[in-house]
Every structure is written in structure tokens, then in C-alpha cells.
Write a protein that binds this ligand. Structure first.
Ligand SMILES: [Zn+2]
Length: 431
């Protein structure tokens, strides 16, 4: 089986940008040539896709998703999560370990990989837990997790509050070459708050969470990163002070990387004004000043990665009073279009966006990526001009908890291919 994708603008950050033809054969990129150079092969086993006007990129990678299997399959299964990823243009995802039971041992990691192998084909890279059962008290066996296939460790959803524990985690993970992904939150300072601290929270009568609850932990973990020499990755950055701290750490040569999520550069705390639980997340949505700083951090490279923190919940957890609602929103099927808004507004170049959604996460986690002859054919084809309206009811994800329902967005993945196999195809039907 051979596939020829013709005439798309191929963007592979730091490598290629131009109109190219790409030939895929035996699950690999067999040839890449300027448009028209590859002679159209003949035979029954060839499919030709005309892709003029589209963008072709290395497969997008979302390094922060919560699929709820094992344990809460009514929210999301690995199969449904993979379908949502494919529909969003993602060829690979990294699953956070806060499943039930927690992914704190090789057996659960292998179970996740086995379920993933039966799903639509999107690559799943499990992330193991730092502490057993996420209790913050005893370390998991990182070696066992790594041997089973884990690509990093984190207690995401919870901070590692004990600094000695975090130090040991970094030393252990550093020795194995595993990045430590940190959920930065000072729980005492967050004090059970349910939205950003400020006048909006006061007016709404809700307990607020100050920016410092995040930034204190960012600063602590940067200090521990410097102490241990481990690789630290800060998850879901939401505050301007965190951006500043990470920028300064990078300037000093500390091995820290960081991600933010589309909601943190798209929305402010105003989205919470009508007590919409679909705008409740942790860390919470912040102010316009923070949004501006997040955009600047993306622009100047302080923030390396855009990840969704895709967190499906059912109405049981979300259709309740604001204080009691679960944190988190789904993101896999809106992330690319929200990212493209940054290109539209001049924050990022198209290449810069693809870097943050593909090659940078791959680099941080040492995953294969990129479109070179001979490399696995993980490819995303994007229609940058497709205007569409978000309809959560039609998502592949089981989750419906998105604040973007009803939004009109521009740009969409129209073809997602993993290892030469098409896992999502929404090109316009031929006349
Ligand atoms: Zn998360």
C-alpha cells in the first residue's frame, strides 16, 4: 500500500517549509520532493491525495492528556481518547497516571499500552506516577515503569508537597533519563479555592487561588532541578510570575522546560462569571495580564509546548455547584484551532506553532518525530481555512466539558496518519 500526498505546504520545523509531494510506503516516508518531481507511480496499490492549499506537518503530539482507563471508563476510555486525539490531528499522546488504580507500576503501564494497541492507532505514551497511589509519601519504582514503557514521571493533578520527596524523585528519574513533570501548586496557599483570586472571585463569593500558589512551586522545583541536574518539565503554566521564573531559569542554563494549555492563552477568569463549571480548572483561568504573559512566553520560547491537559468528566462531576464541580476541560478536538488563533494574531509563526505541538514535546520526551525519508509516517494534514463551529455533542471524546462549545474556529486537521495508517480522514468529498 502506497500513498502519495501531493502539493501540500510541508512544514517540519528547522528542516523544511515548502510545497512538496510526500510518498508513503510500508508505514514509512518513502520520498519527499518538491511538488511535481515524484513521478506518479502506477499500480492498484497507490492512493493519491491532492492536498494543495493544505498544510502537512509531522504528527502532532499532546504530552498531557487524561484518559480515564483504567477505572473511570464512563468519562473516557483509551479507545475514545485515541479517537478524539486523531480527530484533533494528534498522532501521539502522553497519558497522565491518575487513573484508578494509579499508573504507579509496570503492570498498569503495560495494561494501558495493551489497550492502546487495540485502539485506533494513535500512539500512547504512558507517564508513570512519582509516588505510589499519588500519596506523595513513597516513590514508585521508576525503573520498572520505564522498562514497561513509561516516558516520564509525574503526580499530575496533585503537587509533590514534600521537597525532599521531590528531590529524590528528580535524582531517581534523572539517573534513568526520565523527565519529571511537575504539577505546581502550593495546596496550603490554594486553600481549597475554586477560581482565580481577585475582584471577580470576590464579587462571585468564591474562594480564590492566588498566582503565587503556582509560582512558589515553580520556583521550588527550579531550585531542585538546579540542585539535582534532572530534567524538569512544568505542566500547565497559567501565571505571569511562573513565566518570568522559567524565563530566568532558562537564562541561567537550568534544564527546565514548560507547557501551557490553549485555555490559558485564550480565556480569562471572565469565562467563570456565569458560574460555568466548564470554565473550572486547576490551575484556574487567570487575568488578561497573565494571558498576555503566556503569549509572550510562547513567543520568546520560555514556554516550549502547547499541551491540552485534556480532562474529561461526566455531568455527574460537572453539573453541580461551582465549588463542588470537578476541575478540568477536554481539549484534544479544539487545541489545534485555538493554537492557529495565535498564528492569526501574530504571536507565533505557523512553524512555531507546529514546533510547540509536535517537535518540542517529542524532543523533551525523546520520541521519534519529524518527516525525513525513512522515518515512520506520522503525519497531520491541516486545512488552515476550514471554518467550523464547535459542537461538543459530536466530539469523539466521551467528555463534553468544554468552554468552547458553540465557538466558531478556523483551521482543522483533515487527515491524521500514524505509521502510514489513516486514523482520521475528513477531507471534503470529491465531486
Ligand atoms: Zn493534567
Amino acid at each position: 500500500m502506497r500513498i502519495l500526498i501531493r502539493g501540500a505546504r510541508l512544514i517540519d520545523p528547522g528542516f523544511l517549509d515548502g510545497r512538496m509531494d510526500v510518498l508513503i510506503q510500508d508505514a514509512r516516508v518513502a520520498d519527499i520532493q518538491p511538488e511535481g518531481v515524484i513521478k506518479v507511480p502506477t499500480g492498484n496499490d497507490i492512493t493519491i491525495y491532492e492536498a494543495a492549499g493544505y498544510i502537512l506537518t509531522p504528527g502532532l503530539i499532546d504530552m498531557h492528556v487524561h484518559f480515564r482507563e483504567p477505572g473511570q471508563e464512563y468519562k473516557e476510555t483509551i479507545a475514545s481518547g485515541c479517537r478524539a486525539a486523531a480527530a484533533g490531528g494528534f498522532t501521539a499522546v502522553c497519558t497522565m497516571p491518575n487513573t484508578r488504580p494509579v499508573n504507579d507500576n509496570g503492570q498498569i503501564t503495560r495494561f494501558i499500552l495493551s489497550q492502546a494497541s487495540k485502539a485506533c492507532g494513535v500512539r500512547v505514551y504512558p507517564v508513570g506516577a512519582i509516588s505510589k497511589s499519588l500519596d506523595g509519601k513513597s516513590l514508585s519504582e521508576f525503573g520498572e515503569l520505564k522498562d514497561a514503557g513509561a516516558v516520564a514521571v509525574t503526580d499530575d493533578g496533585k503537587p509533590v508537597t514534600n521537597s525532599l520527596m521531590m528531590r529524590r524523585a528528580m535524582e531517581y528519574a534523572g539517573g534513568l533519563g526520565l523527565p519529571v513533570i511537575s504539577h505546581c501548586e502550593d495546596m496550603d496557599l490554594a486553600h481549597g479555592g475554586s477560581m482565580n483570586e481577585g475582584t471577580v472571585a470576590t464579587r462571585m463569593g468564591l474562594q480564590g487561588i492566588p498566582n503565587a500558589a503556582e509560582t512558589i512551586m515553580v520556583l521550588r522545583d527550579i531550585a531542585l532541578c538546579e540542585l539535582t541536574g534532572a530534567k524538569l518539565h512544568i505542566a500547565h503554566v497559567s501565571t505571569r510570575e511562573s513565566v518570568r521564573a522559567i524565563r530566568e531559569a532558562k537564562r541561567c542554563g537550568i534544564a527546565v522546560t514548560a507547557e501551557t494549555a490553549p485555555h490559558y492563552f485564550t480565556l480569562t477568569e471572565d469565562a467563570v462569571r456565569d458560574y460555568s463549571t466548564h470554565a473550572k480548572m486547576n490551575p484556574p483561568l487567570r487575568t488578561q495580564q497573565d494571558v498576555d504573559a503566556i503569549c509572550e512566553g510562547l513567543r520568546d520560547g520560555t514556554l516550549d509546548v502547547i499541551a491540552t491537559d485534556h480532562a474529561p468528566h461526566s455531568p455527574v462531576e460537572k453539573d453541580v455547584e461551582f465549588d463542588n464541580a470537578a476541575n478540568g476541560i477536554i481539549g484534544l478536538e479544539t487545541s489545534l484551532a485555538l493554537g492557529l488563533r495565535l498564528v492569526e494574531s501574530g504571536v507565533l509563526s505557523l512553524t512555531g506553532l507546529i514546533e510547540k505541538m509536535s517537535t518540542r514535546p517529542a524532543g523533551i520526551l525523546r520520541l521519534t518525530s519529524g518527516l525525513k525519508i525513512g522515518s515512520p509516517a506520522d503525519i497531520t494534514v491541516i486545512d488552515p481555512d476550514r471554518v467550523w463551529t464547535v459542537n461538543a455533542g459530536q466530539f469523539q471524546s466521551i467528555g463534553r466539558n468544554t468552554p468552547f462549545d458553540g465557538w466558531t474556529l478556523k483551521g482543522k486537521a483533515v487527515l491524521t496518519m500514524v505509521n502510514g495508517v489513516i486514523v482520521f480522514d475528513q477531507r471534503p468529498k470529491a465531486e
